[in-house]
Each structure stands twice: as structure tokens, then as C-alpha cells.
Write a protein that binds this ligand. Sequence first.
Ligand SMILES: C[S@@+](CC[C@H](N)C(=O)[O-])C[C@H]1O[C@@H](n2cnc3c(N)ncnc32)[C@H](O)[C@@H]1O
Length: 231
Amino acid sequence: MTPAEIQSLLEVPSHQSSTPIKVEEAEFLYQFIKDKNCKRTLETGFGFARSASHIMAASEAPHIVIDPYQSNYNYGGLKNIEKIGLREQITLIEKSSHIALPELLNENKSFDFIFIDGDHRFDGCFVDYFYADLLLAEKGYLLFHDTWMQPIQLVINFIRQNRKDYIEVPTPLPNFSMWQKVAKDGRGSMDHSGFYTSKSWLKHHLIYWLHNGKNKGLKDGLKSLKKLFSK
Ligand SMILES: C[S@@+](CC[C@H](N)C(=O)[O-])C[C@H]1O[C@@H](n2cnc3c(N)ncnc32)[C@H](O)[C@@H]1O
């Protein structure tokens, strides 16, 4: 099934159109999973399954998703997966990721690809990253969404400054951040590099104001600044 075929079947209520990843991000995800031949895949944050559907169609393998709030979406994600005929291959864990991820670790699960798009607060995203790192196989890939948000940028900056066993994999999509685990964690028990940046603060607030600001002149000015700070 191609991304265009999946897209024609997925239903997302118009008032929730900003919940899923964008169509071009889903297309990238599909091609990436295919190119890298990722088979063991995991995701936090199911929503309407735009990401899950593209991951599953590309891997042609089972997929695990964690989301405690699928009932709030009237099971729209599961219904979409059913529509594309992949219901049998998905395991939906209806628990918070901070409970589900350590359970998977306890079951000795390991993954080639993990997508983090669940709790977007710093502590929630950091906990997702912490367990995702432990669940990721060597050479596996970790992908973050919503990198415009300061909490997500801080988690990414933590990896950039502290995890020399990860390399950043460039993508053409500004709201994605992809990492590959290329070695074992070699830090000493007292090692730490600071990871707060003013750039992350500026980027977050610029994009927030761009979406919510009322003043057109100010918006145009901010758009030029946004270009300066993109990626
Ligand atoms: C932006 S949506 C995900 C969209 C999805 N990736 C897609 O492309 O359709 C975020 C999802 O994270 C879920 N979520 C929020 N807190 C969570 C948590 N602690 N653990 C797992 N999922 C969580 C929400 O219920 C929501 O479905």
C-alpha cells in the first residue's frame, strides 16, 4: 500500500486536523522505514494513526503503539488502522508511556525504530526518551516530532550534548529530529554537559506567537526571524 492509498483512507475530524503528523512527514517516514528495513517498531502517541499507518505499511510487520487516551479520540486511530487492513498487526497499549515502556523493557523487547510523539511536556518526553534509549537496538533509529517545542528541543539538546553514542541523522523536515544509536553508552557515572539553550526558548516562542499573534506587522517580522532560527 502506498502513502497516497493510505492517505485516501485515513479519516481525521477537521477540528483535530493538527493532531497527526503532516502528510509530507508521513511520506518521509514510510520511505525511511522501507529504506532502512526497520521491522521491530514502537511509537508513543497514536492519535489518528497517520504515523502508525505509514510505519506499518512500510515495515509490513507488527507494530506497538502506546496511548492511554485513544477513547478520547473515539478510537479513530484504531478505526483507521482497520480501514487499511492492518488491525491484526497492531498492538495498542492503553496505558501512559511511563508505565508501558518499562513493562516492555522488563519483557526484554528491543526495537529497530522508535517514534516519540506522545506527552509533549519536558518530563514526559524525557522519560519516553530515557526508556526508548534502553529499548533501542544498536544501529536502531529514534525519531522525535514537534521539534519546534522547547521541551522537545531540550530533550534533543540533552542527547546532542551528552550522548556521543548517538549520531544525528539529517532529514529534510524541520519538525522531525532523527537519531541513530551507533555504540554503547560510554559515559562515566558523573559525566554531564549542560543542555539548556536560549535558541530553543526563542524558537518555541516565535512559533507560538506566529500561530496565535494578532498583529500582522509583528507576524511578518517574526516570520523573517523564524527563518533565521529554523533548524
Ligand atoms: C500529536 S498526537 C500523536 C499523533 C500521531 N503520531 C499521528 O500521526 O496521528 C499525541 C498523542 O499522544 C497521546 N499521549 C499523551 N500523553 C501520553 C502519554 N503519557 N503516553 C502515551 N501517549 C500519550 C495523546 O493521546 C495523543 O493521541
